[in-house]
Ligand binder design. Sequence first.
Ligand code: AMP
Length: 190
Amino acid sequence: MTSEGPDGRLRRYHAQVMAELLALSLIRDVPDFPLPGIMFKDVTPVLGSPEAFAEVCHLLAADAKAKGAEAIVGIESRGFIFGVPVALELGIPFVMARKLGKLPYDKISEEYALEYGTNTVEMHVDALHDGQKAYIVDDLLATGGTAAAAVRLIERLKGEVCGFGCLIELSFLQGRENLLGYPITALIEI
Ligand code: AMP
């Protein structure tokens, strides 16, 4: 029998939790969307299952709570879908990180590179207060460019990023490298 360190036990535990997650079998691979060569992870079947959807939101809420979150920052648009139930469950504010030109009031912007193309994300100048602990929610972590832009927005507003939570991490894209020093939780690692 080989002995296994705490890292190995943690990996095994995570693999077991992941295997039991209802959402795992519901995520649909759509090849060549929105561009050739991209394998799009479609979460709409997860949203179509109230049990699977609720499980994802409860797990992200538990993680955000453990990180001491005082606000949830959802990244448009699928980060809104998963982030809003988390904020409501914890009874904390929900903040929108929106795509360019969508927010009506005074805002700050950050540009980022996506797995496909570039984009800009914006937040209202009064979205967070000094030192407020913000937990970022999105559906998927790919290169980490989007999440890193959200981190920059939060820090420019003097908020404190206490974590990032998502349903899926495409670990081969090494998005964590763009978020060094920030706690990342992905319910499913691919
Ligand atoms: P990134 O900035 O590269 O980490 O990209 C993450 C953002 O782009 C998330 O908001 C995802 O919704 C979206 N995204 C990137 N790649 C994919 C993919 N292969 N399948 C589904 N969504 C993706």
